[in-house]
Design a protein around this ligand. Sequence first.
Ligand SMILES: [Cu+2]
Length: 182
Amino acid sequence: MKKSIIHQWATACSVVLFSTTSLAHIVLSEPAAVANTSYRATLRVGHGCEGSPITALRITIPEGFSGAKPMPKAGWILSTKVAKLAKPYTSHGKTISEDVTEISWTAASKDNWLPDAWYDEFVMRGGLPGTAGPMWFKVTQTCEKGSIDWAETPPTGTSTKGMKFPAVLLEIGEPGPAAHQH
Ligand SMILES: [Cu+2]
C-alpha cells in the first residue's frame, strides 16, 4: 500500500516538474506517511517570489494534524498560533480542544532572508490522524516584494496538475503489517 502511494506521488511529481519547469514548488521531503504515527514534516522551499527573497513562511496546520511543534531555525523568529478546534480530539485520555493551528518563521534581519537563488528547509512535527487519505498544508511565503499562497487543492483526488500554486501534499496511507511489529 505504501509503495503504491509513493509511486503515485512520483508520477504526479514528474508531471508537475514537466509542466512548470521554472517553478519548483514547496514540497515535503517525505511526501508519504502512515496513519496514526508521528510525522516530521520537512518543507523544501525552492524559490522566492519572481526573484524576490523570502522574508517569512507561514504554515496553516490542517485539521487532524495534532500537537504541531516547529523546529527552531537559526536566524528566524518562530511563532505559533493556538486556537479552539472545530473537532476536539483525545490524546492520552485527555480531550484536546485547542491546538496549534499556525506556525510561522520570520527572518530576524535582512541578512537572514532566503535569496531566490538559494534553497532551504523548514521543519515541524506532529501526529497524523488514524485514517488514510491526502492531507494538504497551506503555506504562505512572504517576500521582500510580493508573496505566494501555496493553497490550491483539487476538489477530489491528489493531482495538482495544471495548478500554479498547489498546497503542499502529504499522502497518508493505511498502517501496513510493518507498523504492527513491536
Ligand atoms: Cu515553484
